[in-house]
Design a protein around this ligand. Structure first.
Ligand code: MEV
Length: 284
């Protein structure tokens, strides 16, 4: 007997980093997943799991040593699409089901949060909340999440600016000493309120999300490579924002791109051999 579980990745549409300081953020699950299979036997050790998340998730689910776990992922690791939260949640859910002790979403959220504390010391909880509950959500640290109805599906291009060298934990710590932190966090908080209204009303929110992207650059969480790529895409009329914690030394993870159609963006990205994929949020 084996148990297989799929958990989706996520994008933060607006409000990352500010959410750590109690502001609201908007995020959504995406159509790319992590799949975990649990079988009888012993875990083979997980050399690719540098942070020990899989081991911790198995432990939290009560599956020590007695289960073999295989993880397949369609999500780039450490690039802002919630891969660590999705791996933890899928492993906990699969192991619990395998052991005949299925777990409900509220408990799964709490247990995934425990794992997230390894991935970064002071998680807001937005990553586990989005991957566990799914859909489009408004999230505020320590409060019940709000599910958002969205009247018009949102097409996004997700563009890979390169895997960050820094962990989420390091990026959150970097922001602690960022110049003008309070002012920027407050501005992001206000923007998120406006973006939420637009999304719910089915009105274009690209320009406001682009402003959020520029504020993240000011906050100091976006590296040179992603800034250059963003400015090229903005030059073609697209709205651009990194999604997730970002990174400065090399890549800044995935970026979200909005526009009427993506033909010009794809041409630019193909020429530069830059990876991307399309996704839709709020599809019925
Ligand atoms: C990471 O996906 C989002 C951050 O705001 C950290 C967090 O909220 O835990 C950077």
């Amino acid at each position: 007997m084996k148990t297989a579980i799929k958990i989706p990745g996520k994008v933060i549409l607006a409000g990352e980093h500010a959410v750590v300081y109690g502001k609201e953020a908007l995020s959504a699950s995406i159509d790319r997943c992590v799949r975990v299979v649990v079988k009888p036997g012993r875990g083979r050790g997980y050399p690719e799991d540098k942070k020990g998340l899989i081991k911790k998730a198995i432990e939290i689910a009560g599956g020590d040593g007695a289960v073999g776990v295989e993880v397949e992922s369609e999500l780039p690791i450490g690039s802002g699409l919630g891969s660590s939260a999705a791996v933890s949640a899928a492993t906990i859910k699969a192991v619990r089901e395998y052991l005949g002790k299925p777990v409900e979403k509220d408990e799964l959220f709490k247990l995934t949060m425990e794992c997230e504390k390894i991935a970064h010391g002071n998680p807001s909880g937005i990553d586990p909340a989005t991957v566990v509950y799914g859909g489009l959500i408004a999230f505020r640290k320590g409060q019940p999440l709000e599910r958002l109805g969205i009247s018009k599906p949102l097409n996004l291009l997700l563009v890979d600016s390169g895997r960050p060298e820094e962990s989420t934990k390091e990026m959150v710590e970097l922001v602690v000493n960022s110049q003008n932190k309070e002012m920027i966090i407050n501005k992001i908080g206000k923007l998120v309120e406006k973006i939420k209204d637009k999304l719910v009303a089915g009105e274009p929110a690209g320009n406001l999300i682009n402003e959020n992207g520029l504020l993240l650059e000011q906050l100091g969480v976006v590296g040179k490579r992603a800034k250059k790529l963003s400015s090229e895409l903005r030059g073609l009329g697209y709205a651009v924002k990194i999604t997730g914690a970002g990174g400065v030394a090399t890549g800044s993870g995935m970026m979200i791109v909005f526009g009427k159609d993506f033909a010009q963006a794809k041409k630019l990205l193909d020429n530069g051999k830059i990876n991307y994929f399309e996704t839709v949020i709020g599809k019925k």
